[in-house]
Design a binder for this molecule. Structure first.
Ligand code: BG6
Ligand code: MG
Length: 221
């Protein structure tokens, strides 16, 4: 049986930080006189900080200088860091530790594949760093999801072929990235939003160990 790699997104999959990204972007957009809906927020999930600000400015039809752009990115991150400052293990989403531990017991590869440059800070806060054989985050990639770079680097670090990788994602961009990489894509969230995924679950409490066993034993081309 081929060993598999399970690649986890961070924000919105392992911890509920997606809500903090939303609040910080919404405040920033509003301060620029740009409205920001939760439907627009869906389009920013999984997307890098730079690309997110570019999109918000496009939606608001706003052009700003390079300096102002840098200042706004720093402002958004400062507010985001304030939100995550008090995070602890209680913010780990339900049953994430159960699935991580099950995979480790089964000696499968486990990696993080996140667009966030704050990923390591958050993993430290929720004390999950030692559950991952590889951590690939926004500091390791140059191309934002839906580009599959972040997941392909994860696969390479674990020395597992992309076809033998399974990705857990809460964002449309991330599901697309996994599909482009020829990995199994598992959406965590709303099936209507994540309809491009191979499977969708509301959260990890819905994922049974038999399902993981089936992913481990199924050979793909
Ligand atoms: C992704 C989030 O995981 O990371 C996005 O879904 C966020 O909302 C992106 O913009 C970059 O995160 P950070 O922490 O580097 O600004
Ligand atoms: Mg996410």
């Amino acid at each position: 049986m081929t060993k598999k790699a399970f690649i986890f997104d961070l924000d919105g999959v392992i911890v509920d930080t997606a809500k903090y990204h939303f609040l910080a972007w919404q405040n920033l957009a509003n301060s620029l006189g740009i409205s920001f809906s939760s439907a627009q927020n869906e389009q920013l999930k999984g997307v890098s900080r730079i690309r997110s600000l570019e999109k918000i400015l496009e939606w608001g039809n706003k052009t700003i200088s390079k300096e102002e752009f840098t200042t706004l990115m720093a402002k958004k991150n400062e507010e985001y860091l304030n939100y995550i400052d008090t995070m602890d293990v209680s913010e780990i989403l339900p049953d994430v530790p159960r699935i991580l531990d099950f995979l480790l017991t089964k000696e499968q590869g486990v990696a993080l594949g996140s667009a966030s440059k704050n990923a390591r800070i958050i993993l430290d806060k929720v004390q999950l760093k030692d559950k991952f054989h590889a951590i690939v985050d926004g500091t390791n990639v140059s191309k934002a999801k839906p580009d599959p770079e972040v997941f392909l680097i994860g696969a390479e670090e674990l020395k597992i072929q992309p076809k033998d990788c399974i990705v857990f994602e809460d964002s449309v961009a991330g599901i697309q990235a996994a599909n482009i990489a020829n990995m199994v894509s598992i959406g965590i969230g709303d099936p209507k939003i994540l309809h491009e995924a191979d499977y969708v679950f509301k959260d990890f409490t819905e994922i049974k160990e038999e399902f993981i066993n089936q992913l481990v034993t199924t050979e793909r081309n």
